[in-house]
Ligand binder design. Structure first.
Ligand code: FPP
Ligand code: MG
Ligand code: MG
Length: 327
């Protein structure tokens, strides 16, 4: 969806591999208990960009071994872990909509959503076991970073902490870590050179953070028909994302009114709409977009050590996509 490849032959190869990933995602979640299969397939089948799996497959183009069984498994692992966190995230964010459909917690309840997330995580772990102890160690570290980022978001910044620095740390953890590992796995399981694997991982960390910034801009800027989610979910939860932090740092009547509206979680629909309206026209959006462009530029720069080829060009296009999806 909106992601372009640099070359038709590469596009065909990647789509082919993605079909194998898709098959593995479906077979991995099948349970003897049909209800679990149903709740697990709920998000697997809700669509989604498969951004993390795609990054693994593209990164595997830099190895000498190409895309074998391990690369496909690694791509399925990162996508399953991502899906598992979404089940839990929608509980924590009290979100009722995801990918244009009811979230699992809204369709069933919190217990079902939490257990389904755990179930996907269990199956991701089984696949990781096939990939060996190095993969297991990397995955456990990645997962700890992800959960810590989420915990930082939950606690908010400490009194003496710069809120923007805190935000950047949150997104590096909750989003950057898994996307970095998605890229690293692609390089690692295709036999890429160590310095290329390291560059891919750094690229993933930066584009992952950019991806979260764009997500946070979309939460304010887009209608739910475009995003598949309810706009203003972050505001309702009292979570201050980058555009909000920059808007609040201004002087003037807009910032003053926002400070009143956003003193805590905003529950009233009319007040959420008012805050969204003020934020959309605020300089906070302009500043957040500038930060996004800066991250995209830094992501691109990490690709410089990689050989120039259609896969590298595709990764460059991926950075353009992350910026352009907000406009
Ligand atoms: C989406 O952010 C959420 C994340 C990137 C990570 C959430 C992490 C956890 C729930 C850790 C626990 C998970 C497990 C399986 C133990 P968002 O809420 O900003 O994005 P959204 O707009 O897509 O909801
Ligand atoms: Mg959320
Ligand atoms: Mg969240």
């Amino acid at each position: 969806a909106g992601i372009e490849f640099a070359d038709p032959a590469l596009a065909e190869a990647i789509l082919d591999e993605m079909a194998r990933v898709e098959e593995l995602l479906h077979s991995a979640v099948r349970s003897d208990f049909p209800f679990v299969t149903e709740t697990a397939l709920h998000l697997v089948e809700a669509g989604g960009k498969r951004f993390r799996a795609l990054l693994t497959l593209l990164s595997a183009q830099f190895g000498t071994d190409g895309i074998g069984e391990d690369v496909v498994k690694a791509a399925a692992v990162v996508e399953l872990i991502h899906l598992a966190t979404l089940y839990h995230d929608d509980v924590m964010d009290e979100a009722t909509m995801r990918r244009g459909a009811a979230s699992a917690n809204a369709r069933w309840n919190n217990t079902v959503a939490i257990l389904t997330g755990d179930y996907l995580f269990a199956h991701a772990s089984a696949l990781v076991a096939d990939l060996g102890t190095d993969a297991g160690r990397i995955m456990s570290r990645t997962f700890a970073e992800l959960v810590t980022g989420q915990m930082r978001e939950t606690t908010g910044p400490a009194g003496d902490e710069d809120p923007v620095e805190h935000y950047l740390q949150v997104i590096a953890g909750k989003t950057g870590s898994l996307i970095a590992t998605s890229a690293r796995f692609g390089g690692m399981f295709s036999g890429a050179k160590e310095d290329h694997v390291a560059a891919l991982e750094r690229f993933g960390a930066v584009i992952g953070a950019a991806f979260q910034i764009s997500d946070d801009i979309i939460d304010i800027a887009s209608a739910s028909e475009e995003s598949g989610k309810t706009p203003g979910t972050d505001l309702r939860e009292g979570i201050r994302t980058l555009p909000v932090l920059h808007a609040l740092a201004q002087d003037g009547p807009t910032a003053d009114r926002l400070r009143v509206l956003l003193a805590g979680p905003v529950t009233d629909d009319a007040l959420v709409a008012e805050a969204l309206g003020l934020l959309r026209d605020s300089s906070g959006m302009v500043t957040a977009r500038a930060t996004l462009a800066d991250y995209a530029e830094r992501a691109r720069a990490e690709l410089a050590v990689l050989p120039s080829c259609p896969a590298r060009e595709s990764l460059e296009k991926l950075t353009d996509f992350v910026v352009e999806r907000t406009t």
